[in-house]
Design a protein around this ligand. Structure first.
Ligand code: SAM
Length: 203
């Protein structure tokens, strides 16, 4: 099979973006722990002095993530939280360097109807932009091939347009000529210190 460098690097690009702004000692968030691949990556990235907060609404996902962390001796660096990422402010009250979202459903789950939804995804990104340090990065892997995916994608794009460029830069990385529905990536970079009530209106 043809190995496409671009296709294989759409999702890994999120790790490269995160790794430019987070490293040893950083505080970061995995907003959608799932099977723990990204949580493991983040735990390794922040090292022993850093910390990862990993959210998922499904116990099955957090169990899977926990097992993966234990297997690699990384569980001390991670707080697992079974709640919606929209409630991040309840659990994280310190500045963060980066956050990762991987939207959609839990791969290999018996119940593929549990998916991320626009309302909570946007509330979570918005709350994490407040927590984010200046120059910090949030990445979002967006899938639109499953029921509910296109609605979430469109709502996200509408949300992005409400953010003023002096506050946040938003980039989109995608393959443009694919027939299937490959994921695309959004990256949010915080350009100045602000909390939500200090944001600039984007007219
Ligand atoms: C595509 S999977 C994540 C994959 C994961 N990053 C990995 O490395 O395996 C999406 C996850 O988001 C979770 N999820 C859905 N809604 C959520 C919410 N409101 N807050 C937190 N997690 C949510 C699902 O349960 C699912 O496990």
């Amino acid at each position: 099979m043809n190995q496409s460098i671009l296709l294989h690097r759409v999702l890994p690009m999120s790790k490269r973006w995160i790794a430019t702004q987070a490293g040893k000692g950083s505080t970061v968030i995995d907003a959608t722990a799932g099977n723990g691949n990204d949580t493991k990556f983040l735990a390794e990235l922040v090292g022993e002095e850093g910390h990862v907060y990993a959210f998922d609404i499904q116990k099955e996902a957090l169990d899977s993530t926990h097992a993966r962390l234990v297997e690699h001796g990384l569980e001390q660096r991670v707080t697992l939280i079974q709640d919606s990422h929209a409630n991040v402010a309840t659990y994280v009250d310190r500045p963060i360097d980066a956050a990762m979202f991987n939207l959609g459903y839990l791969p290999y789950s018996d119940d593929l109807s549990v998916i991320t939804r626009a309302e909570s995804t946007i509330a979570a990104i918005d709350a994490m932009l407040d927590l984010l340090k200046k120059d910090g990065i949030i990445t979002v892997s967006v899938y639109d091939g499953h029921p509910g995916g296109p609605e979430e994608r469109d709502a996200l794009m509408a949300y992005v347009r409400t953010l003023h460029q002096k506050d946040v830069h938003v980039a989109r990385f995608e393959l443009l000529n694919q027939r299937s529905n490959p994921p695309h990536l959004l990256a949010f970079e915080k350009m100045r210190d602000f909390t939500s009530h200090e944001r600039i209106e984007n007219n």
